[in-house]
Design a protein around this ligand. Sequence first.
Ligand SMILES: Cc1cc2nc3c(=O)[nH]c(=O)nc-3n(C[C@H](O)[C@H](O)[C@H](O)COP(=O)(O)OP(=O)(O)OC[C@H]3O[C@@H](n4cnc5c(N)ncnc54)[C@H](O)[C@@H]3O)c2cc1C
Length: 450
Amino acid sequence: MTTTVTGGGVLRPGERWRNWGRVESAAPAHVARPRSVEEVVAVVQSARERGLRVKAVGAGHSFTPIAMTDGVSVDVSALSGVLGVDRTAGRVRLGAGTHLHELPRLLAPYGLALENMGDIDAQTIAGAVSTGTHGTGAAFRGLAANVVGAVLVTGTGEVLAVGDTPGGEADADLLPAVALSLGALGVVVEVTVQCVPAFLLRAVERPLPLAEVLDGFEGFMASTDHVEFYWWPHTDVVMTKANTRLPAGTWHEPPSRVRTWVEKEVVENAALQAVCELGHRVSSVVPSVNRLATRLYGERSVTDVSPRVFTSPRWVRFRECEYALPVEAVPDAVRALRQLVEASGWAISFPVEVRVAASDDVWLSTASGRASGYVAVHRFWKEDHEPYFRAVDALMCSFDGRPHWGKIHYQDATELAGRYPRMADFTAVRDRLDPDRVFANRYLDRVLGP
Ligand SMILES: Cc1cc2nc3c(=O)[nH]c(=O)nc-3n(C[C@H](O)[C@H](O)[C@H](O)COP(=O)(O)OP(=O)(O)OC[C@H]3O[C@@H](n4cnc5c(N)ncnc54)[C@H](O)[C@@H]3O)c2cc1C
């Protein structure tokens, strides 16, 4: 049955929804696929009249129940593409449902690119910024810090422009809340992103001893533009990745399609899948397999356009939790994590990922007000992640860790308020834009309070 509501917005019977990590599933009463801002307004107003909650959903790549609802699930994928470009400032207005993997094609005519990216490009721009998606780089901030304007439909059904977008100047003071809003302030319909001239990355990967990297941590992580490393539990070795920014047009030989396929699909995915399946069945082999994997590491380097170097396909399903720590706390936190794993008897086949980011001014950013180091742990999706993740959660919080909003964690509003100096400012904006909590769900009740 289809219900037509005022303004052309349509609520359809809900469809069962699952997130990528297969941790969460939901059965919304209705689903709406608005094709215009007016239809989003109609959906929000109709839901209000019926006493239903509303939740926008992106690509479902958050591991938490942050995108779940039993009311109206709003799929904004039709609100997609470039809406306007300020060529002089390098700023691009994007429909909220634009996927990051669409951006290289969309931005190519303007010679622009995102300043930094995380590991994948499956997310929507709204979902990515709403949960604080980040990459790595001591001098570079997360994606939400590059949001300079946005348009959203608030909990009272009003269209609110904020910051650098037509009509948004008057409410520019709301930008530090709206840029990273956990879906709590409204349905975002448009995001204006500060881009940079398109660039290349030269990536160098090589193994190093874990102890050496931790002993010189801050200098090492700042030694190149974008540095990260992966430590396989049960080993002493890390695989380091260091990307250097080069101007577009720098001569380079891009990797062949076959080479890219072998490295990204076969080595990073098929081999990992095989190892995880084996470890899932015979957990006692995991330490030896991890040690063998680190012995096979070699040094390699490649130069290509930035999105192709920043991101990779990820088709081995996993679950993840990740914490932003004061950057100077990371070495001790990783050493403590290592002791925890060794003392526990767990067999962990997935690596621990360590990254860094510059401080930013976005109120709920995990890097808000402090230079940050990120420690992320993963488990193959067929394994019970709970004991490992709960222990890591307690450990990282003892180092003043702020959990990633899109990744599994066990923190609540009281604990989080102590870690985010601007939390009260954010909830004041929430009281103003969503006074009746149209956009609430059980995750927001937990992390922000009712
Ligand atoms: C394989 C994998 C790799 C990842 N790698 C990284 C990484 O490198 N770095 C990193 O930081 N994170 C990473 N993540 C996490 C991921 O980037 C974020 O959690 C992000 O939310 C996913 O975006 P999405 O479009 O899937 O949003 P969803 O998960 O669908 O939604 C997330 C939140 O955004 C809200 N939202 C979505 N659209 C709107 C809208 N239009 N208006 C208002 N609110 C909206 C939802 O309501 C929800 O609250 C990874 C996740 C996976 C599965």
